[in-house]
Design a protein around this ligand. Structure first.
Ligand code: TTP
Ligand code: MG
Length: 412
């Protein structure tokens, strides 16, 4: 373990049943009920389930009909991604009040390097409590927090006591904790890799740590060295501060999915989610970009990117989504996909020109007005309505209507 590991205090914050909790937050009739958030259409799947629904064995990725079979009283809401992106940015504000070293890892997860804030806020536990209270007071949402000497262990810690947990892994505790921890509980070791390890007779991190690094390298290539370090709880990767760098060259988000994405529609859902996140992030830093890149990883870990340069700069979710979908349209998928990434390069600040055409101009004005209202009043006050191509006249919707916000979710 490097000396840097010994000195750092890293926190991982993960929202509990995020999409479902946001829906419960905006519709009290859903509170305390088995609830899933899904897409539209007959063959849609569950994106997430409330903890009440999880007690029926319902989980992310399960077809909705199967979830309903398991729990006939199940409530179901169609996903409204921009609303979740909005909540995500409000959580980010709360996190950034404790340290500028916040890395947005996914729509509902972040890493914080709180090493420099310990004195000011009287210790890591106190910071975690402040964050939990802040998120509860502002959004009525709960989260789980892990505190550890590095990102790997902080991520593990937040997962150990879900929901609502606060788990600290101290330096001394690492060997005993990892000894009997099953390999698939470690971040980065998915079911497929775990199966290979099990076949080698390796079931726990303790066992994995005792396999000579050279042997793992021979079997798994560079991943082998990483596995060796992971099994011993070592990780010196830095917390990468959220993209307000003065000279960012590119910005992007990726998402690893725990199940195979077999259709373009399913991939499109993730592209949409990532594009929305990226759009908000770009606009909050005053950026726009011209080169859109789509990254995909097949189930065999083969990863590739395709990019496309546009004539003008863009910075809204729908624009990025449209460009990334055009890129996807040109790719012949040979296998199911496990990771999706969307990024924008060729960035410039203040590069958004006022569009020439009235229709286009209105789109940009609507988005900027939405940002202003949301930044000021929060509470997902405004979000996208039906995401149907470019019919922006119907884009602004009240935050919640009894019939549910109609949202054409691209997932199957
Ligand atoms: P997670 O953090 O994996 O799950 P969660 O927040 O719903 O539940 P937990 O309490 O276990 O953390 O994912 C965050 C959100 O991302 C989730 O609410 C829905 C969305 N999501 C998808 O859209 N597709 C997926 O395949 C997964 C796993 C999550
Ligand atoms: Mg979560």
């Amino acid at each position: 373990m490097s000396s840097a590991d010994r000195e750092r205090v890293i926190m991982h914050v993960d929202m509990d049943a995020f999409f479902a909790s946001v829906e419960q937050r905006t519709n009290p009739a859903l509170v305390g009920k088995p609830l899933v958030v899904s897409g539209a259409g007959k063959r849609t799947v569950v994106t997430t389930a409330s903890y009440q629904a999880r007690s029926y064995g319902i989980k992310s990725g399960m077809p909705l009909f199967e979830a309903k079979r398991r729990c006939p009283d199940l409530l179901c809401v169609q996903a409204n991604i921009p609303k979740y992106v909005d909540a995500s940015f409000r959580v980010l504000d709360i996190l950034q009040a404790t340290t500028p070293d916040v890395e947005v890892y996914s729509i509902d997860e972040a890493f914080l390097d709180v090493t420099g804030s310990l004195l000011l806020f009287k210790g890591a536990e106190n910071i975690a409590r402040m964050i939990k209270e802040g998120i509860w007071d502002d959004l009525r949402l709960t989260c789980s927090i892990g505190i550890a000497p590095n990102k790997l262990l902080a991520k593990l810690a937040s997962n150990l006591e879900k929901p609502g947990g606060l788990r600290i892994i101290s330096q001394d505790e690492i060997p005993s904790l990892l000894e009997n921890l099953s390999v698939e509980q470690m971040w980065g070791i998915g079911p497929r890799l775990a199966k290979y390890l099990n076949a080698m007779g390796v079931f726990s991190c303790g066992q994995l740590g005792r396999v000579p690094a050279r042997l793992l390298e021979r079997r798994f290539g560079i991943m082998g060295r990483m596995l060796h370090n992971m099994a011993r709880g070592a990780d010196d990767s830095p917390v990468v501060r959220f993209g307000t760098e003065p000279d960012a060259k590119s910005m992007g988000h990726t998402m690893t999915v725990q199940r195979d994405l077999k259709s373009r529609k399913e991939i499109s859902w993730y592209i949409f989610l990532l594009s929305e996140m990226l759009g908000r992030r770009l606009r909050s830093g005053g950026y726009a970009g011209r080169t859109v890149a789509l990254t995909l990883r097949y189930t065999d870990f083969h990863t590739f990117s395709r990019r496309m340069t546009l004539k003008r700069h863009i910075n809204t979710g729908p624009q990025i989504h449209e460009a990334a979908m055009r890129i996807l349209g040109g790719i012949r998928l040979r296998d199911p996909v496990r990771l999706v990434g969307v990024s924008l390069a060729n960035l410039a600040r203040g590069a958004i020109q006022i569009p020439l055409f009235e229709d286009e101009r209105r789109k940009v004005e609507v988005i900027l007005a939405m940002d202003r209202v949301n930044n000021r009043y929060g509470d997902f006050t405004l979000s996208w309505g039906p995401f149907v191509g470019s019919q922006m006249s119907r884009a602004v919707t009240p935050r919640w209507r009894p019939g549910g916000v109609k949202f054409l979710c691209p997932i199957l």
